[in-house]
Each structure stands twice: as C-alpha cells, then as structure tokens.
Design a binder for this molecule. Structure first.
Ligand code: PAF
Length: 275
C-alpha cells in the first residue's frame, strides 16, 4: 500500500483501469471496512482502491469536536493495509487548504434542513472537501455510507450539478449487535450512554414496522421509544422524501425517517427507509 501526503503525489499516480475512492476522516471501524470491501469489489481485479483520511476542519462548526476527533494513525494504516487498499491519501491540513483560499462548493437546497439547520456550514465543508478529493484523486467511483443519508443525497446532487464523471456507490448502514449504527463518534459515549443509544435503532424499527402511514403518528411513536432512554435528547425526528429531503405528511414510495439525538455532547444520527 502506498501512503501519499501531497496533492502532487496523488495527481502523479498513473491512470488506473478503474479507481474507486473511499473518503473518510479516519478512526476506521467495521463500517469503513464494509465501504472498503464494496470499493474493492467495484474496482475489480485490475482496479485500485484509494482511501482518503482527512479530518476536515471546514465541516466542523465552531465549538464542536474537531480538536478531539480521534486520529489513530497507525491503527488506520494497518486497517487499510489489511483491507487490501492500494493508496492511502492522508494529507496534512495545510496541504489541502492554502492560506488565502476563497473558493467553496455549496449545495443550496438539500443542505438547508435537518443536519444543515443543526450544523450551519457543515455541508459546505463536506462538499468543498469531497470536490477537492475528487479533483485530487480522480476516481471513477466513490463509496459513501447510507448512515449519513443527507450527505449522500447532497454528494449525489453535487456530482450531478457539477458534472463530475464519478459513480456514487451507496452502502447500507453497518450496525453493532444491538442495532446502533457504527460511527467513529460512538467511542465518545460512556457505558450508560452506549447502552441507551440502542434505542435509536429500536425507535426506527418500531416506526418502520408499525404500519402507520401518517408522518405525525410515525414521529410520535419514534419519539416515544427514544424517550425510554433518559440520557437521550432529541435534536430532530423527521419523515421526509428521500429525493428532495422535504417533509411529507404521509408515507410514500420513497420515504425515509431521519433522526439526530444527543447523548451528552455526542450527537448521533441514523435513518430507516419506509414502508
Ligand atoms: O463522512 C465522512 O466521513 C466525511 O463527511 C467525508 C465524506 C469523508 C468528508 O470529509
């Protein structure tokens, strides 16, 4: 596995038959393992898998966990090596963002609600770095997890609107045994919070399986289940159309229930398709 730290090195890579990128912020866990596995499959025998690890300061709102975000460099390197990754692109911040930069990439519709409302500037940071990674690594395809449902929708929109010739491959959410979606942020949870965090998937499943059609009833039900966990503080629970991410009143053919919930300072997100 080659480890690259500069844009020049990445851009000097010889053209691959098919290059598949897995963009990450590191602290790799089994959900990343699944993204890498899918990337390997999509790249094919003669193709290449590139993983980027970059904790992107632009997508962290002021006062959030940028500084304390885990950066286990050696373990991440080993993880990639064991996953059959060909290139690890791990640039320092100064390499990606030059002083005096004044250009950003911003999606202005899907980004305005849900995570966008709770985390102003977050998706501008995501779009800017993902567009840069696409330009630097020049992949034929890129792999994203469905746990970050809104991010996936926004990246797809950016790819369409800005004519990136890149296939976006979505990978279903990987979960722990009790249903909690795998996330690098789960490690911030103390044992009590971790135990209670399983209510998120319980709430999503209960809402999806109840046979309810009204958004209001579905949201009330999910909120009720979450309230069984005294340490949970709901940010939002919303039923939306999976394409437009606009709220809907009744379950339709393309509905998704999205939630964000705090346990202490740790904010977890998850989602489920309905019906
Ligand atoms: O999902 C993530 O880990 C990040 O938002 C991404 C896509 C790597 C951009 O920094």
């Amino acid at each position: 596995m080659k480890i690259l730290a500069t844009i020049a090195e990445a851009q000097a890579l010889p053209n691959a038959k098919r290059r598949v990128l897995v963009p990450t912020m590191g602290a790799l866990h089994k959900a990343h393992g699944e993204l890498i596995r899918v990337a390997r499959q999509a790249a094919g025998k003669d193709g290449e898998v590139a993983v980027s690890i970059f904790v992107n300061p632009l997508q962290f709102e002021p006062g959030s966990d940028y500084e304390r975000y885990p950066r286990p460099e050696k373990a991440d390197e080993e993880f990639c090596r064991n996953g059959g990754v060909d290139f690890l692109f791990r640039p320092p911040v100064e390499e990606v963002y030059s002083t005096g930069r004044s250009t950003f990439v911003e999606e202005t519709s899907l980004s305005s609600r849900l995570e966008g409302e709770s985390r102003p500037g977050h998706f501008r940071g995501v779009c800017t770095v993902v567009a840069k990674l696409f330009n630097i690594v020049a992949p034929d395809a890129a792999v994203f997890g469905e746990k970050d449902f809104q991010q996936l929708a926004i990246v797809r929109r950016m790819v369409r609107d800005l004519d990136f010739n890149i296939d976006i491959i979505a990978v279903p959410t990987v979960r722990e045994k009790d249903g909690l979606a795998c996330s690098s942020r789960n490690q911030y949870l103390n044992p009590d919070q971790r135990k209670q965090a399983m209510v998120l998937y319980k709430a999503l499943e209960a809402a999806a399986n109840a046979g309810e059609k009204s958004a209001n009833d579905i949201v009330v039900l999910a909120r009720q289940v979450i309230s069984e966990a005294p340490l949970a503080r709901i940010d939002y629970v919303e039923l939306v159309d999976a394409q437009s991410l606009q709220p809907i009143e009744m379950v339709g053919p393309n509905s998704v229930l999205l939630l964000a919930v705090f346990f202490g300072k740790t904010r977890l997100i998850d989602n489920i398709r309905l019906p």
